[in-house]
Structure formats: C-alpha cells, structure tokens
Design a protein around this ligand. Structure first.
Ligand code: WT7
Length: 631
C-alpha cells in the first residue's frame, strides 16, 4: 500500500447541493445535544419508530457494563422493518432488488417481502422453532437468506448467520455453541462462475455436530446433492405446504430480547457469539443509516458486503428496511465475468449509494479506469467504505474515478460488537482521505494511553468509547465474564475497541489497526488462534503460529510458522497441503499466504508465542523488548 495517511492533508468539501439537501446540516450542534443528554436524544429517535409498548427507561446502567436500553419497551424489529410499511405508500415500493452472478434477477416490494417472510416464518414454526431458539443460516447471497433472517426475527427466534465463505469447522463450531436444531442452507451458490458446495460442507459440519434435526435447503444451482430422509427438506417444498400461509403475526418482543447472535473472531480459538437485541439495535441502525447515508425516498442503495457479516446484517438487511429504503444485493464476485460487473449494475439499476470495502476498491482499481469509464455512473450520490483503514491512494481512485469528485466518501468505523457506525462523516463533513473523521451522535470516542488518559494530538493510543450506546453488544453468548474482561476490563468504565488510533489537531480520528491477535484479511476478521488450531488439527503438525503481514490488495495476509511432528519431511507439497487444510477447515479466506517450516518458535517463559517478534523478524524490523523471551 502507499505511504501512510497524511493527517495535515487538505480537506475535501462537499458540494453546496449535497449540503443543502442533507438531513443533518449542523453536525456540531446536534452532536453536542446528543452527548449532553444522550437519553433524550435516543428517546427522540426511538419515538420515530413503532412500539407495542413504550419503554420505562431509556438506559438502565445499574448493572454496568451489562447496559440495557429501552427497558420495559415492547416491539419487534420486523414491526418496523416490514409491518409498518404495509400501512403506507411503501407497501408497493421495492424493498429488495437482487441480481445473481449468472445474470438472473428478482425484485420484491415490501408487500412481497412480507409474504415471503411470513410464509417461511410459518414453516419454521411448524418445524418446532420457538421464541428464543437459535437457527443457523449458511447461505449464498440470495434473497432467501434475507427471508430466513427476517422470518426468525418475526417469530422471536435468534438467527446465527455463518458466512457462506466459511467452511466445515467454522460452521460446526458455531452450530455447537448455539446448539441449533435447525440449519438453513442451499445446494450451492455462484462465485466466479463456479459452484460453492454449501450443502456438502453443511453435511460434513452436521456429521461433526449432530444437534441439527432439520436442514432446509434452497435450490439455487440445481446440481445434485445428498438429501438425508427425515432431516433434509427442500425450501420450495416447505413453502408450498398449506402450513406456509402468507399470514403470520409478528411476535411482540421485549426491547432487550435477543435478535441475533453473530460469531466473530477474538484472541482465543473459540469465536465469540456477539448478542444484539430487538430494541436498541433497531433504534441504532435506523438512526445511523438515516443520517450517514442521508437516505432519500428515491435512493437505490447498494451495500456490497455479505449478509453473513455484521455489515450485511445492519446495512443490507435491517437498517435499509427500517428506513423503508430500496436495497440492492448481488450474489457474486465483482470481477466476473469482467471487471466492469459492478459498474454495469450501478448503471443498470441506477444505484445512488454504494457502500463497500477498501479491499474491493483496491481489487477493482488494479484493472484500471477504463472498465468504470465505460459506464454511466452519474446516478451515484454517496460512497461508503468499511472494514479496515482506507489507504489514500484507494480513497482518491474511488473519489475521482467512481464518484467523479461529486460523491463524498463515508468512511465508517465500527465493529461486529458496536452494531452500527460509530465514527463516520456525514455527507456535510469535510473529509480527509484515510480518516473516519468524527464520532457520531451519542458516541464519545477517544484515544488513550495505558492508564486511560487521552494522548496528545497526533499520538498513537488505544481507541475507546466512553459511554454506552443503544446498538452495543449486550454480552458474549454463554460467556458474560469474557464480555466484561474483553471490552471493559482494562479501564472499567470505557469500552476498549481493540484498535489503535490517532486523533489529529482537528479532532479527526485515524484508525490504525488491531492491537490484539485479530487479523483483518481483505477486511474479514480472523483470529490467529483459529488459524493455528486448524493447522494443529493436521496429523503432521506439532505446533503453529500465525501472524498478519501487510499485503497490497488484502490489507493484511496470513503468514504461518509451523513445527512439524518428528520424522515428517518438510517440503513444498506439504506446505500446500497445509494451506488447503486451513481452507477446508475455516474457509478460503483463512488460507495462509505462506507457510514456513521452523524448528522452534519465539515464546515467553510461560510458553506463549510471541507473535510480535515473528512479525518484526518477518519485516526486518527491530524486535523490541526481548526480556521475556525464553529462546
Ligand atoms: C474491525 C472490526 C463493522 C464492519 C465490518 C468490520 C476494522 C472497520 C474500519 C474503518 C479502519 C476499520 C477495525 C475494527 N475497521 N471499519 N472504517 N477504518 N478500520 O467488522 O469484522 O467486527 O471488524 O474492523 O479494526 O476493530 P468486524
């Protein structure tokens, strides 16, 4: 990647037209109001939505850091994402436009979406799914994935979506943790002209974790697959049964009831089940989407993430629907069959807001400007970026070649844990390439040192959030202790994000990257420990260490150091076999870039691998304090 961002860079200002049409024109004034009286601010936003019963308390902090929001309130996120639109002109507005990789397309109005979701909700009920159960969803990017998530929410079941790029062990571990009895998957999905064999992976995962009693399979590719009698059912068969009526009441939920669980990588091998709720998450995603993407009735919004990640949960599925927006979703790869695929769809569907990741931008930038220039991109009004810091070179390309210097870039910093955007510009904010700019309403973000004191302007420190917010995770599933120590343990009263950052003299925040054993590969979050345990599960491996090193396209790439069992031969064939093994266990995104065979690993006297030393060595950098090194 190019040189580090320039904090003194010139500002990029929005056009007068953008400013005049923005919902929020004075960030400073509303920000001040929101942090002076956050409860009044959030109550006002919550009041824009529908509740079966209003809350007694906006924030209950009596058991901090186990904060509760809108306690006593009763609603269901579906009441606001679907039901309320059926009573307005939104009823016949498009909720979802979808295009498959082979070029097929489908559209659903809010009315049609309600029908699909209700029918499937009735199917889930007939399979015994009850309020509070957790249903695992493992799907390609097709409309049924959205229906499945919404159907669970409608009947009060939690969904646990496992990204379709994950593989056997990742899926099995998540099924096991959630103790899911129902799995929803597909016969496959299209990616770069090839079929991803989701059902085959699901079969292997189910054989490792036999909790699944019913597996529902959507026919997407039509290829022949194994169907186990009494366990596996076709989606299209189930929704044709009389039980699948298009009428299904939306289950009233307490504001604090679980909406979903989403697993994310942390510092240990076991992924953390992040819990979000119906009330606070609904209000938070609704508000952040409305203000940051400045959503208009006529917008066609495209978040190019996968619904299997938090970006998709919050900003493909829930926030756009709560706002009554039209969301576009595409199944496949950006460069298939040619690198103009995305730009062709922007033109074809008249996309006005495009939200993607730095890694995707870098990937498309590499094909040059001509592919984008062949298309009319004048429908675009706003651009967005998420997942990792965006390097200024990619920012400038996105801004000039895609946005034609008309479209401000919303660089949104947030996490699975935060539920929604935390640090982000608004369309009116003067931008600096590479900075997510300033905290959003109600969010007090700061950069502090080891003792928790703010560091001087321009100095590196830990990124923290100093007050709770409605979209925050409530806990880690079955592990409240880990929630407390991981996020609140260091300072007690501040949420530690796990990122390092700088705040410049203008108060702009520049996120640098993870400070824990989490690696961002192409914006995907992976734990070094998960990669290591996948390696160690191979019969030839005795010990392994994984680190992230800078990579031009991926941001970071995984490098592994492996000690083989006695008598095993070190050779390239085995290195390749180990890479494939990691891909098979976790998923292609986790496949190491390179494997080096070693005879020892740098460890502390207590036996912990010093990944920081491996990283420094690999980059030829000073190795720092080695006093705890055992070698
Ligand atoms: C980590 C969270 C939340 C959406 C997708 C990622 C990094 C995310 C930015 C940004 C710099 C960013 C951070 C964060 N990150 N957005 N705009 N600028 N870094 O969610 O998988 O939970 O990862 O992604 O390191 O901690 P996630």
């Amino acid at each position: 990647m190019d040189s580090s961002p320039n904090q003194d860079a010139e500002f990029f200002y929005p056009s007068q037209q953008i400013v005049d049409n923005a919902i929020i024109q004075d960030y400073e004034a509303l920000y001040k109001q929101s942090v002076d009286d956050p409860q009044a601010f959030w109550a006002a936003r919550a009041n824009e939505l529908e509740w079966a019963k209003k809350w007694d308390k906006v924030l209950d902090d009596s058991k901090a850091p186990f904060y509760k929001w809108f306690t006593g309130g009763v609603t269901n996120i579906i009441t606001n994402a679907i039901d309320r639109h059926l009573k307005t002109a939104h009823k016949n507005k498009l909720a979802l436009i979808w295009e498959g990789e082979p070029g097929d397309s489908r559209t659903f109005s809010y009315f049609a979406l309600n029908r699909e979701v209700s029918k499937f909700a009735n199917v889930l009920k007939s399979l015994g799914v009850r309020k509070g159960d957790i249903v695992t969803i493992y799907m390609p990017r097709i409309p049924e994935m959205v229906f499945a998530m919404l159907a669970c929410a409608k009947i009060g079941a939690g969904h646990s979506v496992v990204y379709g790029g994950f593989s056997v062990e990742a899926l099995a571990a998540r099924i096991e943790d959630a103790q899911s009895k129902v799995l929803i998957t597909a016969d496959g999905g299209w990616m770069r002209g090839k079929i991803v064999n989701l059902k085959e992976i699901a079969d292997e995962a189910m054989s490792r974790q036999p909790t699944i009693e019913s597996c529902i399979v959507v026919k997407r590719t039509g290829q022949s697959i194994y169907m186990e009698a009494g366990r596996d059912y076709w989606y299209h068969d189930l929704i044709s049964l009389p039980i699948a009526s298009p009428n299904c009441p939306t289950e009233p939920m307490d504001a604090e009831d679980m909406l979903f669980i989403l697993y994310t990588s942390g510092t240990t091998g076991r992924p953390k089940g992040i819990i979000h709720t119906h009330g606070g998450y609904m209000v938070y995603t609704y508000t952040t989407f409305k203000y940051v993407f400045d959503i208009k009735e006529e917008d066609r919004y495209w978040c190019a993430a996968d619904p299997g990640w938090i970006t998709g949960h919050s900003y493909i599925v829930y926030a756009p629907l709560i706002n009554g927006a039209t969301s576009f979703m595409y199944e496949g790869a950006p460069n298939h069959p040619y690198p103009n695929r995305w730009w062709q769809m922007v033109e074809k569907y008249g996309i006005s807001i495009l939200y993607t990741s730095p890694t995707a931008i870098r990937g498309l930038m590499r094909f040059g400007n001509a592919w984008a220039n062949r298309h009319d991109l004048s429908s675009l009004r706003l651009l967005g970026s998420v997942g990792e810091p965006i390097n200024p070179e990619a920012w400038r390309w996105y801004y000039t070649v895609i946005g034609k210097e008309r479209c401000p870039i919303m660089d949104t910093w947030w996490q699975t844990e935060t539920g929604g955007f935390m640090i982000s510009p608004l369309p009116v904010t003067p931008l600096k390439p590479g900075s997510a700019t300033k905290p959003l309403f109600g969010i007090i973000a700061d950069v502090v040192n080891e003792e928790g004191h703010p560091v001087a302007a321009g100095e590196e420190g830990y990124l923290v959030i100093k007050a709770p917010w409605p979209g925050m995770l409530r806990t880690i599933y079955k592990d409240p202790e880990r929630y407390q120590t991981q996020y609140w343990g260091k300072y007690g009263n501040m949420y530690q994000a796990g990122d390092s950052a700088r705040k410049d003299k203008d108060g702009y925040i520049w996120v640098i990257g993870r400070i824990d054993d989490v690696i961002k590969v192409s914006g995907y979050r992976l734990g070094t420990a998960e990669v290591e345990s996948a390696l160690v599960s191979h019969p030839s491996v005795a010990e392994a260490a994984a680190i992230g090193l800078p990579h031009e396209l991926k941001g970071n790439a995984i490098y592994c150091y492996v000690i083989l069992k006695a008598g095993v031969d070190k050779n390239d064939k085995l290195a390749e076999e180990l890479r494939q093994h990691v891909g098979h266990e976790i998923g292609p995104i986790a496949r190491p870039e390179h494997i080096t065979f070693v005879d020892s690993l740098p460890k502390t006297r207590s036996g912990k691998i010093m990944r920081r030393v491996l990283k420094a060595r690999a980059q030829g950098l000073p190795e720092g304090d080695l006093s705890t090194l055992e070698e």
